[in-house]
Ligand binder design. Structure first.
Ligand SMILES: [Zn+2]
Length: 283
């Protein structure tokens, strides 16, 4: 499932072919994905210039010249493929139409962006740009973890007195937007905090320390995505999924990566999701 760094990588990969460009024709090949598409979506997209491509949490937002904004969520398996565009030295011809190519944007430049989603948990919606922040999927989101309003004092205040495990608190999208299971595991490993520890009982100094670690873990992953973008262009034009080495995620039974720790990565299920951690150095 794409997390924030993957979504940011997709956004950055789409910028050269979409931002500032006109959607010559939008092809909408089914009624909807996770939810029905908005009425007349193809007609409302066709002919519009993409003024800006933004990201909020795990949503990509394309502001259009019509005054509407297209919201895109990749869901579990959504993929964006670019073809017909020369990016750097790489050029990908349009592939044959494939099963699960649900929405296709033919850009005025000749480039094509194909949204393929085998499991159909993705979503697209349209709303007025000036009302985008009030969209039901966006309205309740907490601050962006890489934004200015997410800082040490904010996090201390939000976690104070909270009787939930720190893992659940950081996954709560009201607390901070866009953090998912993989990166919360990595953040807690780097912070030396057990995922099961009650959020409200962690000393304020350690909570403050989480903020730069969250930023660092996400930034490193986004940088890795940037490198992968160049590699993917070399292969088939697909954006967003990249190899990234994790220290604890999905490494149960392997030695702890912290030098000198000697512990073993364990796994515990919290709220139906696996947490990976080292019981020796995460307290
Ligand atoms: Zn350890």
């Amino acid at each position: 499932m794409p997390e924030l760094p993957e979504v940011e990588t997709v956004r950055r990969g789409l910028i050269p072919v979409m931002e500032g460009q006109v959607i010559a024709t939008a092809h909408v090949n089914r009624e909807g994905l996770r939810w029905p598409f908005p009425a007349g979506m193809a007609a409302r997209l066709t002919g519009q210039r993409v003024i800006a491509l933004r990201r909020r949490s795990k949503y990509i937002l394309a502001d259009l010249s019509s005054g509407e904004t297209l919201l895109v969520h990749l869901g579990m398996s959504g993929r964006m493929l670019i073809s017909g565009a020369t990016l750097g030295v790489f050029h990908h011809d349009h592939p044959a139409p494939a099963k699960h190519d649900h929405v296709v944007f033919d850009m005025g430049s000749g480039a094509r962006v194909t949204f393929n989603d085998a499991r159909r948990f993705g979503a697209m919606d349209l709303m007025a740009t000036d009302a985008a922040a009030a969209h039901p999927l966006l309205a309740a989101l907490g601050p962006e973890p890489l934004g200015n309003s997410f800082d040490e004092e904010y996090l201390v205040a939000r976690l104070k007195g909270r009787n939930t495990p720190i893992k659940s608190a950081l996954l709560d999208q009201h607390v901070v937007a866009g953090l998912g299971n993989i990166y919360v595991c990595e953040v807690l490993f780097r912070a030396g905090i057990a995922p099961t520890r009650q959020a409200g009982q962690i000393a304020a100094a350690r909570v403050r320390g989480l903020v730069p670690i969250i930023r660092q873990v996400l930034t490193e992953a986004i940088d890795a995505g940037g490198s992968s973008l160049r590699d993917y262009r070399q292969t088939d034009g697909e954006l967003g999924y990249f190899q990234h080495r994790f220290h604890v995620y999905d490494r149960a039974g392997q030695p702890c990566a912290k030098p000198g720790c000697g512990g073993t990565v364990g796994r515990v299920v919290q709220a139906g999701r696996s947490s990976f951690y080292c019981a020796v150095c995460q307290r």
